[in-house]
Design a protein around this ligand. Structure first.
Ligand code: DQA
Length: 145
């Protein structure tokens, strides 16, 4: 089982600034993640919330269950110390993902307060960022079961 967790505004993919985030919808993203999981032999559960407390709760669930996570923290990336502290409690791999490359965008997006407690970060490849992250987790699980 791998959790794919998404932060604020990501449910609006497809209608949200399509010139920045693309035309594909959140349902497209969820289907792609589940499909990638099936091919890799892992059950993938995709969730989205606009609520910081709910996201923190899901990260506690992942920490307690030692469940690997693909996380797009969205805007929380740049300022949520609560999210960072929740991620720091995990022992299973966690890959931070972004559709866009925040380093190539506005200055406030250049800081990630969660990157330092993630296993690694994949950014800038659109929906493929999630596919790459799922492959990375599957490979870690394969090499250190
Ligand atoms: C994002 C980048 C963030 O800066 C932004 O706040 C988002 C989406 C991305 O996936 O590119 O909501 O995480």
């Amino acid at each position: 089982m791998i959790l794919v967790l998404n932060g604020p505004n990501l449910r609006r993919l497809g209608t949200r600034e399509p010139s920045v985030y693309g035309a594909e919808t959140f349902d497209d993203l969820a289907a792609l993640c589940r499909d990638t999981g099936r091919k890799l032999g892992h059950h993938v559960e995709v969730r989205q919330t606009d609520d910081e407390a709910e996201l923190v709760g899901w990260l506690h669930e992942a920490a307690d269950g030692r469940i690997p996570v693909v996380l797009n923290p969205a805007a929380f990336t740049h300022y949520s110390y609560a999210l960072r502290d929740a991620i720091a409690q995990r022992t299973a791999p966690l890959v931070e993902v972004h559709l866009t490359n925040p380093a190539a965008r506005e200055e406030f997006r250049h800081t990630s307060v969660v990157a330092g407690v993630a296993t690694g970060t994949i950014a800038g490849f659109g929906l493929q960022s999630y596919v790459l992250a799922l492959h990375a987790i599957a490979e870690i699980k394969r090499s250190q079961p």
